[in-house]
Design a protein. Structure first.
Length: 171
């Protein structure tokens, strides 16, 4: 394949943003990098067919979401555990609340996490999410509802732990 400077420019310009998006989807940097790499390979293959008015970033993000969901479907019964490195990279040091949110998101099933990312990070509607993931709109709504319930529950537990630890310090 001939190299296209527009493709190379797109990858150079949007690569970091796509990697961050992959991290939000997958919950770890290794799977995020795999998602970005596979999606960019598919974009490269489709690049000649894309018209000037097509949005390549939208194509890549949709591909990443579908790949992530497909991976979830293949490993549905497998329980994966991932231990973060001792020193992670963050643009700004996360606060206690952000760490609790990251842990709560990591604890969600993959499908629920994808639905929340597409809804709140990407700003997609239920219909757009259903189309992107090839599921019904009702499934999108139920997955989002369950995920938010789990996050609320986790936030409540986190708050209770803080109150209990503060109460214990007063004694």
């Amino acid at each position: 394949m001939e190299s296209d400077p527009r493709f190379a420019g797109f990858v150079a310009e949007r690569g970091d943003a796509l990697l961050r998006y992959g991290y939000v989807l997958a919950g770890n940097p290794h799977d995020a990098a795999d998602l970005v790499q596979e999606a960019l390979l598919r974009l490269r293959a489709a690049w000649p067919r894309l018209r000037a008015k097509d949005n390549p970033e939208s194509y890549v993000r949709t591909t990443m979401a579908r790949l992530h969901t497909a991976t979830w479907r293949l490993r549905r019964r497998e329980l994966l555990a991932w231990d973060p490195p001792e020193h992670g990279y963050h643009d700004t040091p996360p606060g206690e609340d952000e760490r609790a949110l990251e842990e709560a998101l990591a604890g969600l099933p993959r499908k629920q996490r994808v639905v929340l990312v597409l809804r709140y990070y990407e700003g997609l509607t239920d219909e757009e999410i259903a189309t992107a993931l090839k599921i019904s709109r009702g499934t999108v709504r139920s997955q989002a509802s369950r995920a938010l319930g789990k996050l609320r529950s986790a936030a409540g537990e986190h708050t209770e732990e803080n109150v209990m630890s503060e109460h214990g310090k007063r004694r």
